[in-house]
Write a protein that binds this ligand. Sequence first.
Ligand code: ATR
Length: 287
Amino acid sequence: MSIDSSTTLYCLIGNPIDKSLSPLIHNEMFRIFGKNSIYLAFNIEENKLRDVIDGFKAINVKGFNVTIPFKKTIIRYLDGLSPEAEILGAVNTVKNQDGKLIGYNTDGEGFYKTLRNNDIDVKDKNILLLGAGGAAYGIGITLSTKGIKSIYIANRTREKAVNLEKEIKKINPNISTSIGDLSLREINKKDIDIIINATSIGMYPLENLSPIELNGFDKKTIVYDIVYKPRETKLIKEANLRGFKAINGLSMLLEQAILSQKVWFNLDEKFLEKAKKVEGLLSVYVE
Ligand code: ATR
């Protein structure tokens, strides 16, 4: 990489960011796409957010990603939102369009893209969504626009599941929805087509835990764990042992990053396919 006076800057802001793989992914994509750009991560304090955004505008930062805990709070500092970001009420990607900062959200679509990459059609499917935090919101709301038949939201804190259920109903009242906790007591496991873990259970420091047991589910059930560190969570290990199709979170991480690059550079799908090479690099970093 050679940096010169025309190199453009892209960033990640969040807190903490020291474990983030985004700099690795985006710098590698810049290399693949032949962009004269660099990507840096900044650990930001909430009370400095306005200064940071003003600074980004002043030095004409072309785009940035936003991660925990600023995906919602960033919105008040932006000049506009994409329809997805508006619905989700959360932003993970910002583009500087002629001095105006526009917020996008590529989390839900990134997740959906990985389903298509795996030839999984969610139409008329019964979904079990574990979790009701930021990631679960993105996934649940995106799925509710893709023709699913039903969704059961299982979360430790019931109130958050109730809120997500309400949002899904608003988008598509025809979807059958229900909620409960991670004990899955009221669920008919045999009916579930796809299980999605969007809790942080299984991720460091909870890597010795699994959000649920897989006994009682049908063999055709697909198990998708959005956790990518470790690559093989306890849930994924159990799914593999039982012969279920299992997908880990690395591909979602990569797809949402590819979609950020699409937002920043208006790249077409075919061109973006080249970015898949980054997956090989990532596997080296994620054990
Ligand atoms: P993210 O943006 O990654 O989704 P989040 O919004 O903090 O992060 O959501 C984390 C999810 O993991 C939530 O569903 C959380 O459950 P609560 O809503 O009850 O907090 C779930 N979670 C995290 N740690 C958990 C634990 N030890 N047991 C059960 N659920 C847990």
